[in-house]
Structure formats: structure tokens, C-alpha cells
Design a protein around this ligand. Sequence first.
Ligand code: XMP
Length: 524
Amino acid sequence: MSRATGEAEHDLVLVVDFGAQYAQLIARRVREARVYSEIVPHTMPIAEMLERRPAAIILSGGPSSVYAEGVPAIDTEVFSAGVPVFGICYGFQLMAQGLGGAVSPTGAREYGRTPVKVDRAGTLLADLPADHTVWMSHGDSVIAGPPGFDVLASTRVTPVAAFEETGRRLAGVQWHPEVLHTEHGQQVLEHFLHQIAGCRPTWTMVNIVDEQVARISEQIADGRAICALSGGVDSAVAAAIVQRAIGDRLTCVYVDHGMMRSGETEQVRRDFEAVFDKLDVVEAADQFLGALEGIHDPEEKRKIIGREFIRTFEAAEARVFGDAAAGDTAYLVQGTLYPDVVESGGGAGASNIKSHHNVGGLPDDLRFELVEPLRTLFKDEVRMVGEQLGLPPTMVWRQPFPGPGLGIRIIGEVTRARLDILRAADLIAREELTSAGLDRDIWQFPVVLLADVRSVGVQGDERTYGHPVVLRPVTSEDAMTADWARLPFDLLERISTRITNEVAEINRVTLDLTSKPPGTIEWE
Ligand code: XMP
């Protein structure tokens, strides 16, 4: 993928992925330092990396030992190409080893919060407190820096925890500057990027919007485009950028499938009507719920929802493009994000992107050319772009919500009555979370109705057979991994009491304590 936002505009930092999930986080932190970054696999030949003309290369964390069997390596040519290189954790050890320093299994491991001592600030650690806490995750230690390098920091067990050679613009740290538990991590990264590597901090939201608008005006020229809005932030921001480029030659389609949360369809409609010039709202609740009648199997439900979505969308498409002269290119706007691109192998095209994360997934034979304005962006950048475009906060800060909606939060057949029960419980959870001021602290808060389960309870003097609900509040940075949110007990108690008091059909409230992996965020 080329630098989609204009070859000469931004310096490019390549983050070499050694397969330990840190690469995405590093790439995001580099962007927070206003430098454009992309992730490449460690198997990419150095020559190919250099062809991209990177302003710097960062070697990410990875397996804990450079001496273990079959661990990934990197050609030492990367250090002599004249490109600034920053090594992090495993990357730091590869650097030490590749440049003539020494790495040794000291036997003492460091995991988690570790005090580090700055022995000499140099450029990399300038202005940092002499003693501070960083996040470590390694077994081996660097015991001697490469010749010509200044050793900057140490820990109780690691004599060389940071080094630099500013002449050759090479530096590294044993710790993880990208994780939030590391104090001053961002500062260290910025010292490398701005001071040592000389990268220009041009990656700003204003620039992103301007460049994407220019690029899309060129791509679509005087053609017409269509966008399926899911109600979520990604498709809304993608459409808003495209509308800025081509005005009312963009038509947005919003399919109301009848499985949104309480008040949500109304909110989404209000927001969309305020923002989009041409909006086609399709009321399709009867159609979707009719098709779901009698269906219990989760996969089957998803398939049906996907199929009905495509039908509805194709009908809308025919209305929009029906009169277009044959041979005209029709453009389809999609809110594909950078993590989707990375996770699907970084290849071109959206075809290999996890289809279940699009609403239903669109069929391959649509005659569209794709327009993907967010293909280079992370989720938090999308939100900042949304703010930059002046979109309503309810749209920009909406928590992620699955395309199939409450349909995959009812375990069992989806019926109107069950949707009403779940909506009532879900609304209580949302209201209480909001009044506790914790909306932005969690990633998502699904409430799941175990509709096919009956649970014994007692209310007044009577035994009841109601349904349980499961509260599934999670924290996450990108939905790929997640942890169960440690919500305050008194908040959970309020939610539980209100749900059992106010929703007659529910007599039991449970909390899901599973991280992802192994559990997914949604129950189906
Ligand atoms: P899981 O459940 O796989 O979810 O941990 C990860 C993220 O994806 C959302 N999700 C979906 N989004 N269509 C969507 O548009 C779907 O079928 C779907 N399933 C899960 C989920 O809400 C979470 O944010």
C-alpha cells in the first residue's frame, strides 16, 4: 500500500512487526506524535522496506529471547542503510546483537512495572526523571551496548536498558514505551522521532481531512456514490468525508432493521438527517423480524440478517443508480479501518476483510468501485476526524454496536416481545453507566438476554420463572482483545436492582467475567 495520503506530504515510519501484538500500539503512538506510520511484517526484505523511503524504522517487541529456537530475526543491513532505527524490547535486543553488543540470559526476568534508572540522559531520555517506572517484558538482558553507543539507563537486573548512537541515528530501549503503564513512554518515542530521526510532525487531523477530500474528489470525479450507514462512527465519518468531496452526489442508506436499542433509531435518524444531504431511510423491521421467525441458531441468524440487509441495500442501490447510463462507475463508500487492513494481511482490496465486521458483508458481485477514506486510520483517529468535521458528539462517541444489533444479544429466537424486554434492561444499564459518568471508560456494554433459559426466582410470595440477563461491560482499545470492566459494585447493584424491579420478565442479573480471548465480546 502506498502512502495513501500523498507521497511527499508526510514522513513515513515503518513499524516492523515481530508478532507480539505490540506493533499496532506502537504505530498508534507514532501517529499521536503526529508522524504517519505503517506496520510491515518482519519477513519483508530490507530492500523492500527501503523502497518505501521510510524516515525511520521501529523494531517492535516480540518473543522474549533472541536466542530461542526459530525466533524471527532481521537482516543487519537495516542498521547500515542510513535510516534511523529504534529498537523496542525484542527489537532492542536484536539491535544490540546485530551491532556487536552482547545479550545474555541473566536468568533474572523482568515482567510488568519495573523501576529504571537514567544514568545519562543523552537525547533519547532528555528531561526524564532519573528514577521512574517502566513496563518490561523480557528474559534475556543486554549486558554490553554496541561499540560507539552511549548506554543511557539500567535496572536492577539489566545493566543496559537504553542506548543511542545519535551520529548514526540509532537508539533503543528494553522497555515498552508504547504502553500506558510506562511513565514518559510517549516522550521517549517523540525524542527518537523528532530529535534523533528528524521526522516532521505533519500528521494532523486537519491535514488528514483535506488530503482525503482531495483524493476522493479525484477518485470519484463527477461520478456518484452510495454508502450504507450502520449507525456507527466508522461509516458515518467515511460518508461525511465523501460528502465533503462530492456533495449530494453521495446517497446514504440507513436500514432500520428493528433491532436497535431503545431510542437509538430516533437518535441515529436525527443525527443523520442533520449531517447528510441525501439520506434514504429504509424501514425494514417487519422484513427482518419476519425472516428471523423460528430461528435459534446464531450462525443462521447472522446469515439471515446479512441476506436481508443485502436485499434491502440492493433495492436502495437500484433506486439511486437505476437511471445511470450503463458503463458508469458506481462507487461504494466503506468505513474500513487500518486495523482491518493489517489483520487481513495488509493486502489490497476489502474482499479479504473479516466480513462479519461489516453489516452482513456485501456480496462480491456488486458492480462497485470501493471508496475507503479511513483505510489508513485507527479508531481513535476516526473519532478525531469526526470531531474535526463537526459531526454531533452522539455520532462521534457512540460505542461500537454490532451490525446485527440486538439480534445477536438475544440467545434464542428473536421476537418483538423479547426485543422489548432486552431494550428495557439495556436502557437501564446505559442510563446508570451514564449517570455514573463512566461512558468513556468502557468500550462496550452489551446486555444479553438468555431468552431460551428460564430461571427460578421469588418475588413477593411467589415463585417466578423469568429470564436471566448477562451484563458484559468490557474495556478494550480495538475490540481485538478485551477485558471485563471492573465497574463499581454500587453501580452494578443499582443496575441489577432496577432491572429486576422494572422489567417483569427478568428475575436474575449476572455479570460476565471473561476476557477476550477466550470469550468474544458478543455472546453470539
Ligand atoms: P466479538 O464479539 O467478535 O466482537 O469480540 C468484536 C467487535 O465486533 C462487533 N461485532 C460485530 N459488528 N457485525 C458487526 O458489525 C457483526 O456481526 C458483529 N459481531 C461482533 C462487536 O460488537 C465488537 O465491537
